[in-house]
Design a protein around this ligand. Structure first.
Ligand code: OGA
Ligand code: NI
Length: 348
């Protein structure tokens, strides 16, 4: 990294020492991405009531399963309410995350990882492998939390909160997956075995988007899809997430207390394209720091994931070749984050 550049976006934002050079450096709007924002769509983002999905009433469950299937098919994105994760824990996770980013730069620097599979990886948004050093207006911390649990030692409270948060969000993810398999008439036990979900690969990611004096010049996180099966996101009440829907960006304003959930690339692979991963991006703002915490659930790392036989037919041949999740991640690491490029590589 060039000597005159700060270590993190937070350090740059805190210093107030912006120059147009810095801003140019961080500027990276993608002209090829959908540009219009459709404000009218936002209230239609589907909502799933998890208590009805997991409750005792079979008719309610059947209704929720249908609703979940439609949400996956039409949007790849939905809000989950009545999920059973205590609000206190969700809040504590956001607070612990802010405390992490408030640590001294040197303490965070020790956690800089090199590869996507490093179990603890702090970074600021640039990709050293890319031809052009592209920077985004975001600092992040990524942790592998299952099947093995990893956490930074500081701040002191972080590890305990994270352990609970990872367990609770994994449980929600598994309940949703059960409902999703059911919506496609797939057998839950079969899917659990095929994807080795007992040893599912779960990543926790924390994102920090400090205020930017010229937010229109920068992107927090460029348009991308997530690599796992499902992603659960929770934010600190500051908006900034856009989801692609029908060729337009939709600003997301989550219902209080909800998780924002989206389907990932491995959902698209395993369902043979029936349910697709969804493009989303995060934008910076001029006033307030935005924090999001993301829990990403995927198959086990060494399972070869391919379209399930039940969803492959002569009319709908297999669209993707089988690859392990590990191979997928290593390939993504070698490329600059660019929309759904790895998925395209797998297409038959
Ligand atoms: C991610 C992500 C969006 C956000 O971490 O993959 O898409 O709003 N985050 O922080
Ligand atoms: Ni994402």
């Amino acid at each position: 990294m060039a000597a005159d550049l700060p270590n993190s976006v937070k350090q740059l934002s805190d210093s107030g020492a912006f120059s147009s050079l810095h801003l140019q450096f961080y500027a990276s709007r993608d002209p090829s991405a959908p540009s219009d924002v459709d404000a009218t769509l936002e209230p239609q983002i589907p909502t799933i009531d998890l208590s009805l999905l997991t409750g005792a009433a079979p008719q309610e469950r059947a209704r929720m399963v249908r609703q979940l299937g439609r949400a996956c098919q039409d949007w790849g994105f939905f809000m989950v309410v009545n999920h059973g994760v205590p609000e206190g824990l969700r809040q504590a996770m956001l607070e612990a995350t802010e405390q992490f980013f408030d640590l001294e730069e040197e303490a965070k620097e020790e956690l800089r990882g090199e590869t996507v599979l490093d179990p603890i990886r702090y970074g600021t948004s640039f990709n050293t492998k890319a031809e052009v050093d592209v920077r985004y207006w975001r600092d992040f911390l990524k942790l592998v939390v299952h099947p093995e649990f990893h956490s930074p030692a500081k701040p002191l409270c972080f590890s305990d909160v994270l352990r609970d948060y990872a367990t609770c969000t994994r449980r929600v993810g598994m309940e949703l997956l059960k409902g999703i398999w059911e919506s496609l008439e797939l057998d839950d036990n079969y899917m659990n075995r095929a994807l080795k979900l007992d040893s599912c690969f779960q990543v926790f990611a924390a994102n920090l988007y400090p205020p930017c004096p010229q937010p229109e010049l920068v992107v927090g996180l460029p348009p991308h899809s997530d690599h796992g099966l499902l992603t659960l996101l929770h934010q600190n009440g500051v908006q900034g997430l856009d989801v692609e829907h029908g060729g337009k960006w939709v600003h997301v304003k989550p219902l209080p207390g909800s998780f924002l959930v989206n389907t990932g690339d491995h959902m698209q692979i395993v369902t043979n394209g029936r349910y697709k991963s969804v493009l989303h991006r995060a934008m910076a703002n001029g006033e307030r720091t935005r924090v999001s915490v993301v829990s990403l659930v995927g198959p086990s790392l060494d399972t070869v994931v391919e379209p399930v036989v039940a969803l492959v037919s002569s009319e709908r041949p297999a669209m993707y070749r089988g690859w392990s999740y590990r191979q997928f991640l290593e390939c993504q690491q070698g490329n600059q984050l660019k929309e759904k490029s790895v998925l395209e590589l797998l297409r038959l």
